[in-house]
Design a binder for this molecule. Structure first.
Ligand SMILES: [Zn+2]
Length: 292
C-alpha cells in the first residue's frame, strides 16, 4: 500500500526522533509516497509488530518499507481495509532500497536532464516551422529567436555544434535547408526523448543507447571545444563524460564488472527482505509508543 503523507491514505504523520537527516529513501518517499502495507489492513497481529502496531483503538503505527519511517495513522474505517491481515512475506511490497534505489535516482536525474533538452529542441523545431510556413511578421520574430538561441544550442550538448553552424546561416536559408534543419533538430529531440522516457522507466537498452549516443558525438564535442572554449561547454562535456562513466561502470554495461548478471546478483545481495520484514529500524517501536 502506497500512501502520501496527508494524502489519500490520509492522516499519516511521520514519527520523528531527534534531528531529521536527509536520505535518499526519505526524499523518494516525500515525492512518491511511503510504502506502508500495515496502514490499510483490518487487524494487526502480534507477529506483525515489525511492520505495524496498534497504539489505540483507532490509531496505529505503520512502518514504511522503503524509508523505515514509522508513521502514525488512523486505523482504516470499517469496510475500507485492503485485507483482513498482512499478506505473507512473499506477497508484501518490495520497493527499491539501498543500491537499487540510489541507481534509480541517478538514472532518473539523467533522464530529467535529457527531458530539458527535448523541450528545447522541440521549441527550435516549432520556430523553424514558423520560419518555413508562418506569416511574414511571425517569420521575422521566429528567426530572431532562433538566432539568439544559437549559443544555448551549442552549449546544451556540446556535440550539437554542427547544428549551431547551420543555424548561423539561417538568414540565407532556402526552404530545403530549413526543412533539413527541422529534420536534424527533430531527430535530436526524438533521440533524447527516447533516452529520457526509457531511462526513467529503467530500461537497460536505453542506458546502452545513451552511452552510444555520447560516444558517437564525442569527436564533434571535442572539435567544438577546440573551436571555442567556454566554462559552460566544459561543464556540459564533463557532465556527458560523467554519465558515460557512470552508466558503463555502475550499470556494468558491455560486460564490465561481470555485466548484467553480476549487477543483479549485487543488487539482490544488497537487500535482505526477510531481515527487513522481521526487524524494525534502529529506533524501537516500544520507544515510540511511550511518546504517544
Ligand atoms: Zn517511506
Amino acid at each position: 500500500m502506497r500512501c502520501d503523507v496527508g494524502g489519500s491514505c490520509g492522516k499519516l504523520t511521520r514519527v520523528k526522533f531527534g534531528r531529521s537527516t536527509w536520505s535518499t529513501p526519505t526524499w523518494v518517499c516525500s515525492l512518491s509516497g511511503h510504502v506502508v502495507p500495515a496502514a490499510q489492513v483490518e487487524t494487526l497481529r502480534e507477529i506483525d509488530s515489525s511492520l505495524g502496531r496498534a497504539v489505540s483503538d483507532d490509531k496505529r503505527l505503520a512502518r514504511c518499507l522503503r524509508c523505515d519511517s514509522w508513521l502514525l495513522t488512523a486505523a482504516p474505517l470499517s469496510g475500507t481495509a485492503t485485507s483482513e491481515v498482512l499478506p505473507e512475506p512473499a506477497d508484501l511490497p518490495k520497493p527499491k532500497r539501498g543500491k537499487a534505489l540510489s541507481e534509480q535516482v541517478v538514472t532518473r536525474v539523467i533522464a530529467v536532464e535529457r527531458g530539458f533538452h527535448v523541450i528545447f529542441f522541440a521549441a527550435i523545431v516549432i520556430l523553424l516551422a514558423v520560419v518555413q510556413f508562418g506569416l511574414p511578421g511571425l517569420r521575422e520574430e521566429s528567426q530572431n529567436l532562433l538566432l539568439s538561441a544559437q549559443g544555448l544550442v551549442g552549449e546544451s550538448r556540446p556535440g550539437q555544434s554542427l547544428l549551431v553552424k547551420a543555424l548561423q546561416e539561417l538568414g540565407d536559408l532556402d526552404t530545403g535547408r530549413v526543412a533539413l534543419l527541422m529534420l536534424m533538430f527533430g531527430s535530436y529531440a526524438v533521440l533524447e526523448a527516447v533516452e529520457a522516457i526509457f531511462l526513467w522507466r529503467g530500461r537497460r537498452w536505453a542506458e546502452y543507447l545513451t552511452v552510444v549516443a555520447i560516444v558517437v558525438l564525442l569527436p564533434i564535442t571535442i572539435l567544438a571545444l577546440m573551436d571555442n572554449v567556454s566554462a559552460f561547454k566544459l561543464f556540459a562535456l564533463g557532465f556527458e563524460l560523467a554519465v558515460l562513466v557512470y552508466l558503463v561502470i555502475a550499470k556494468r554495461l558491455f560486460g564490465v564488472r561481470g555485466g548484467q548478471r553480476q549487477l543483479e546478483a549485487a543488487l539482490a545481495a544488497d537487500v535482505n527482505w526477510e531481515d527487513i520484514y522481521r526487524n524494525p529500524p534502529v529506533v524501537g517501536v516500544d520507544r515510540i509508543d511511550r511518546r504517544l
